[in-house]
Design a protein. Structure first.
Length: 237
């Protein structure tokens, strides 16, 4: 359920401060202990493991240069206005009909591995707080433990340090993008006298998901809002 943009902005700033205070050495210890080694099994590139691949603004700009048709508004639009337009903080990568990444070959290999996106480079590592099954909020540092790749590998110290640095850099960039999106959204809503009503937004979201009519989505591209179109699952041209 969406909260107000102001409340979410405050939460994001708090999260960024917590991330900046997180000791890098602690993450390095976890990386060394887990010993994850990618076997290029391709499982993380499927819907079974990831609902969508969120792209940082820099990744989206790069994809727009060589394959713009593969960009789509990230799903789960958190805000809307009284005109029925939705707003979201970035783009996602389109998938095949079966949910696999469009860049995953029939041989289950990434066809752009050398140029893969930021999230793909750090996965399955992460560094953000989320609630567990009991609602207790704590740091989460890895996804899909023991479900792909190999573990208990001895990783060189310099690789561990670089991985930790890359993870923290990604999470920082993600939060900064979310903060910039919320700041721009709040300014836009204030300037245009748009009032966000959560109940109305939830209703619009349900109608969009159940319907067969495309919706206008304003996607934050790092500098401004890009007017895009999103289609529900049942849409047929």
């Amino acid at each position: 359920m969406s909260v107000s943009p102001d409340a979410e902005l405050a939460a994001l700033r708090t999260e960024l401060a917590a991330l900046q205070a997180y000791p890098k050495e602690k993450l390095e210890e976890i990386i060394a202990e887990v010993g994850f080694s990618c076997t290029c099994c391709g499982r993380c590139c499927t819907r079974a493991f990831n609902g969508h691949v969120f792209l940082l603004s820099a990744d989206a700009a790069r994809l727009r240069e060589f394959d713009p048709e593969m960009l789509m508004p990230a799903p789960d639009f958190p805000y809307s206005d009284s005109f029925g337009n939705f707003y979201v903080s970035g783009f996602a990568l389109r998938t095949k009909q079966n949910g696999d990444c469009v860049f995953l070959s029939e041989e289950r290999k990434c066809t752009i591995y050398a140029d893969r996106f930021s999230i793909c480079r750090i996965y399955p590592y992460m560094l953000h707080r989320e609630p567990d099954s009991r609602g207790h909020v704590d740091w989460r540092q890895i996804s899909g433990l023991d479900e792909h790749g190999e573990y208990d590998t001895v990783i060189p110290p310099e690789e561990i340090a670089q991985t930790a640095e890359d993870v923290i850099a990604y999470e920082t960039a993600y939060l900064e993008q979310e903060i910039a999106f919320h700041e721009a959204l709040i300014e836009k809503f204030s300037r245009e006298k748009i009032r966000f009503v959560r109940r109305d937004h939830d209703r619009r979201t349900r109608e969009f998901l159940k319907g067969d009519v495309p919706a206008v989505v304003y996607v934050w591209d790092g500098d401004t809002f890009s007017r895009e179109q999103a289609v529900p699952a049942g849409y047929r041209q």
